[in-house]
Design a binder for this molecule. Structure first.
Ligand code: 7TS
Length: 409
């Protein structure tokens, strides 16, 4: 009989990697903010592409090339509707969030950022949304400004307001913090930036996997994310941009595909999105990503979020009863990321002890060293939940963590 509604067992069945033992115990995979696992449909799509359709796209006159091109462009259409973009030409495939940000820094940055301009980021950014702007500012003589955060891990919006001025050319802020789980008030951030005449890039690496992200409702100028955090393959990401900006920006890399005509006297560039996709792209992973998007839409974004929120509430309350448990990041609006410390213990040691009983968490600075400095810590232990996690898994984490903490506290 066909099952209706949300059935976590049925969802888990679709993820082969979850069904294994690690160090003699059933794997409890709680490192989803780093990368999510892939449903069988994605894995099979990769296999299917290489066994039946493998071909270079947009060029060949033969059947395989036409098929591969259709599938590749189909995913672009699906991503466009996933983000509610006005058109699929505004969807550019990249290697990931990191490349998306670097692309904007080196193209938008090259054209529109000048000496004396200011770029605003926040204190909770991932290194990939800090370093490209530092590099650009150093090259251009521009200044990087940072929105401070509260002890709970929320942006101080009054301070943001004060940083905005006619010098602000770009605001680049993450939608959801990978280290704290904080969901930032993106609509306000964007409308305030626009009032000051600045453009906005949204780092959606940690939001697209949890809730609906609508680029037109947000009115963001750029948005980037990685497929691998959204049940899709690694080495693939998406950059969305407003049409007029993408059209005005110079190309990112030069090479095949991004040109209209090449002559030694000069070259003309292709239309968007191809202008930004030089060389043979990551065809197989783009094609397989379609299946990840289908998986999310079959589960349903609302059901997915409701399940993850239930896990977050359950874990926050349950782990909070452990003596010596110190949560890091207590924002009112969070997604399923739980960062914490065990009093008197190094996060790495906690991570090793959890791994010894088959529990996969992340430890360290989570590529957010300035954020760790803000909290005066070296790092945290981070448990992050996805649609296939269960309360039973949180119980397993609770039991192990209680034992670990008891020895110290
Ligand atoms: N921005 C945010 C908010 C992220 O969480 C990450 C990856 C990136 C950018 C970079 O994405 P990439 O796919 O280009 O690497 N975050 C993490 C993490 O929290 N643990 O491992 C990777």
């Amino acid at each position: 009989m066909a099952k209706t509604g949300f059935d976590v067992d049925d969802i888990r069945e679709r993820f082969p990697v979850l069904h294994q033992e690690v160090n003699g115990r059933p794997l409890v995979y709680l490192d989803n903010a780093a990368t999510s696992q892939k449903p069988l449909s994605v894995i099979e799509a990769l296999n299917h592409y290489y066994t039946t359709d493998n071909s270079n796209i947009h060029r060949g006159a033969h059947a395989l090339a036409a098929r591969a091109t259709d599938y590749y462009e189909n995913t672009r259409k699906s991503v466009s509707s996933f983000l509610n973009a006005p058109s699929e030409e505004q969807i550019i495939f990249t290697k990931g969030t990191t490349e998306g940000i670097n692309l904007v820094a080196s193209t938008f940055g090259r054209k529109f950022i000048h000496e004396g301009d200011e770029i605003i980021i926040s204190a909770m950014e991932h290194h990939s949304n800090i370093v490209p702007w530092q590099m650009l500012c150093a090259e251009k003589g521009a200044t990087l400004k940072v929105i401070p955060i509260t002890d709970d891990g929320e942006l101080i919006m009054e301070e943001y307001e004060k940083l905005l001025s006619s010098k602000t050319k770009l605001v680049s802020v993450l939608h959801v913090s990978n280290a704290l789980g904080t969901v930032n008030p993106m609509e306000s951030i964007i409308s305030m930036a626009h009032r000051a005449g600045a453009k906005v890039l949204v780092d959606a690496a940690q939001s697209t996997s949890h809730f609906t992200v609508d680029v037109q409702a947000l009115d963001c100028d750029f948005l980037v994310f990685s497929a691998h955090k959204l049940y899709g393959p690694t080495g693939l990401g998406v950059l969305y941009g407003k049409r007029e900006l993408l059209e005005e920006m110079p190309p990112y890399q030069g090479g095949g595909e991004m040109i209209k005509e090449v002559d030694f006297s000069g070259t003309t560039y292709n239309e968007i999105p191809f202008k930004f996709e030089a060389g043979t792209p990551n065809i197989a992973d783009v094609i397989a990503f379609q299946k990840a998007l289908e998986f999310v839409s079959t589960v349903g974004k609302e059901q997915l979020l409701a399940h993850e929120n239930e896990l977050l509430t359950y874990a926050t309350e349950k782990l909070g009863t452990i003596k010596g448990f110190i949560p890091v990041g207590k924002a009112k609006h969070k997604v399923s990321v739980l960062s914490f410390l065990i009093n008197g213990m190094h996060p790495f040691d906690v991570g090793m002890m959890l791994d010894a009983v088959g529990i996969a968490v992340r430890t360290g600075h989570h590529c957010a060293q300035p954020l760790m400095k803000r909290f005066n810590i070296e790092g945290t232990v981070r448990a992050s939940f996805a649609v296939y996690n269960t309360k039973q898994e949180i119980d397993v984490l609770y039991v192990s963590l209680s034992r670990i903490a008891k020895r110290k506290n």
